[in-house]
Design a protein around this ligand. Structure first.
Ligand SMILES: [Fe+2]
Length: 235
């Protein structure tokens, strides 16, 4: 059975569907208990993601959509490992990320924040974990941006992550934050995660993966199950 499917929901760690201070959950949270659908054979044995789905620059957001120069902002390396609850690496996990640019603006028609787009930065990338469960992205540190949740609401710097397991039904989504961000204490999405899980969503500055004269390094590991599981978005 794929590790992703068997992850039990731990209310001390995982965010609930309904977080009243996070306004959009009020409308989208299921009003009744979920019905667990048994996975079919085709879901468990369907196509898996592999090397052929990932291009050579897909992991490098500083280069994967350049138009007329390099993207603006602070270059960073985001590196980590995907493991199960026993520390065993999970290889061949497709990890996708999306994020705002250094000015806090997404390349998306819904994002009308009055901050500049960067013609050399798309803000999306993907990579497969290697045989030891490791992954690495090069990107630009995302900027904070305002959102309409409440007056003067600003999202902390963050990168969205999606992890696909062995098939399309085993997707987990979460957000990575940065250490020392003063906006974390005001963010209802971050605060919607139980206190026990919040630290697991904050990356660690790591001098050992910082690349001299190029980019600061941040470590962000994923644990898919158990007491140290990474909190994931439930809806
Ligand atoms: Fe975001």
């Amino acid at each position: 059975m794929p590790a992703f499917i068997t992850q039990p929901f731990d209310p001390d760690l995982q965010p609930p569907s309904l977080v009243p201070d996070y306004k959009s959950t009020v409308l989208r949270a299921p009003p009744r208990p979920l019905v667990v659908a048994k996975a079919s054979l085709s879901e468990l044995s369907g196509p898996v993601f592999g090397e052929r789905h990932v291009g050579p620059l897909d992991h490098d957001l500083t280069r994967n959509s350049v138009c007329n120069g390099e993207p603006l902002g602070e270059r960073i390396v985001v590196h980590g490992k995907v493991t199960d609850d026993h520390g065993h690496p999970i290889p061949q996990t497709l990890i996708e990320i999306w994020q705002a640019n250094a000015a806090g603006r997404y390349v998306h028609k819904i994002d009308q924040h009055n901050a500049p787009l960067d013609p050399n930065f798309l803000g999306a990338g993907r990579v497969l974990t290697d045989a030891e469960g490791n992954y690495k992205f090069y990107t630009i540190k995302p900027g904070a941006y305002p959102w309409g949740n409440h007056p003067n609401a600003w999202r902390p710097n963050h990168i969205h992550f999606s992890l696909f397991g062995p098939n399309i039904t085993t997707r987990l989504v979460t957000q990575m934050y940065f250490p020392g961000d003063p906006l974390l204490q005001y963010d209802p999405i971050f605060l919607g995660v139980p206190p026990n899980g919040r630290e697991r969503l904050i990356s660690q500055f790591d001098l050992s993966i910082t690349e001299p004269n190029f980019a600061l390094g941040y470590r962000f590991d994923f644990v898919l199950r158990g007491h140290y599981a990474t909190p994931f978005e439930t809806i």
